[in-house]
Write a protein that binds this ligand. Structure first.
Ligand code: FPP
Length: 274
C-alpha cells in the first residue's frame, strides 16, 4: 500500500504560509524538467539514473504544489522530439513512467489530485496508455490540484490539431473564418478548460521554450534556474514563486493602469493583447 503525502515539516509549513501571505500563488505552473542526463553524467552514472532521481523531484514538486494551492501543474515529461532519442533510453523512460504511474496513482487519488494528460498519447506503449487512462479515470472527480502530464507533446502538434479541428468546423459550415477568435483556438487546443500558465519554470539553465505550450505561454512569467531537474526540490520552487510574486505582469498595458504594485498580487484574468 502506497503512503500518503508525508506531513510537511513545521519549517516547511511556515515557509509555505509566508509565500501564501506574500502574494499570489500561480494558478497554473508549467515546468520544463531538463538536465536529468547531465545530472547523471556529472556523477558518472547512466542517463536513466538521472531520470529516476527526476521522478523523486516530480513527487516533491507535485506534493508542495498541492499544499501551496496551485490549481494546475503541467509537467513536460516527454516531447514529440524525444522520440528521436536512442531506442534504449526511450524504452527505459517508458518503463519508468509506467512504474511511476502505477505506484503513484493511489497516492494522487488520496490527496485529491486530478490527473490529466496532453499530447499524442496514442504513440505511447499500450501498457503506458492503459495505466495512464486508469489513473485519469480513478482521479477524475478529484477537486484539488490538476496534474497535467505532457506526454508525446509539442506545442506545434497541439496547434496543428487545433487548426485541423477548426478547419473541419469551417468546412462543415458550422463556423465562418471571421468567427475564429482566441477563444475558438483555446477551445480547440489540448489544454481546453485549463487557464494559461502564470509561471513557466525551466531547469538546467537553458533559455528555450523547446516547443512546449507555444500558444498558452503568451503572457507567462519565466523563471530559469541553473539547477538540473533531479536537484530541483520544493525549496527551489519557493524561490521561483517568490521571483514570480515580485514581477509586474502588465499584459501589454502600463504600470499606472494596474495600480503600480506587482500584478502577481491579484489575479489577472481576462487581459490579452500585445
Ligand atoms: C529532460 O532531461 C528530461 C526528460 C526528457 C524526461 C523527464 C522525465 C522524468 C523526470 C521521469 C518521468 C516523469 C514523470 C511525470 C513521472 P534530459 O534527459 O533532456 O537531460 P539532458 O538535457 O541533461 O540530457
Amino acid at each position: 500500500m502506497a503512503k500518503g503525502f508525508p506531513q510537511a515539516t513545521e519549517r516547511d509549513l511556515k515557509e509555505q504560509q509566508r509565500l501564501k501571505d506574500g502574494g499570489e500563488i500561480p494558478r497554473h505552473l508549467a515546468i520544463i524538467m531538463d538536465g536529468n542526463g547531465r545530472w547523471a553524467k556529472k556523477r558518472g552514472m547512466p542517463r536513466i539514473a538521472g531520470h529516476k532521481e527526476g521522478v523523486e523531484s516530480v513527487r516533491d514538486i507535485v506534493e508542495a504544489s498541492g499544499q501551496l494551492g496551485v490549481r494546475y501543474l503541467t509537467l513536460y515529461a516527454f516531447s514529440t522530439e524525444n522520440w528521436k532519442r536512442p531506442q534504449e533510453e526511450i524504452s527505459l523512460l517508458m518503463r519508468l513512467l509506467l512504474r511511476a504511474l502505477h505506484d503513484e496513482a493511489d497516492r494522487l487519488h488520496r490527496n485529491n489530485v486530478k490527473l490529466r494528460a496532453i499530447g499524442d498519447v496514442s504513440r505511447l506503449p499500450a501498457e503506458v496508455q492503459s495505466e495512464l487512462l486508469d489513473g485519469i479515470r480513478k482521479t477524475k472527480e478529484n477537486t484539488g490540484l490538476t496534474l497535467v502530464l505532457a506526454l508525446s507533446y509539442s506545442g506545434r502538434w497541439d496547434l496543428i490539431g487545433a487548426v485541423r479541428t477548426i478547419a473541419a468546423e469551417v468546412r462543415a459550415g458550422r463556423l465562418a473564418p471571421e468567427q475564429v477568435t482566441e477563444q475558438t483556438i483555446g477551445r480547440a487546443l489540448s489544454t481546453d478548460g485549463i487557464p494559461d500558465p502564470d509561471l513557466l519554470i525551466r531547469t538546467s539553465g537553458e533559455f528555450r521554450v523547446s516547443n512546449f505550450l507555444l500558444w498558452q505561454l503568451a503572457y507567462s512569467e519565466i523563471h530559469i534556474t541553473p539547477k538540473f531537474w533531479p536537484d530541483f526540490r520544493r525549496g527551489d520552487l519557493y524561490v521561483a514563486i517568490r521571483d514570480y510574486q515580485n514581477r509586474e505582469r502588465r499584459f501589454g498595458m502600463v504600470s499606472e493602469q494596474l495600480g503600480g504594485e506587482p500584478v502577481a498580487h491579484r489575479l489577472a484574468k481576462s487581459v490579452t493583447g500585445p
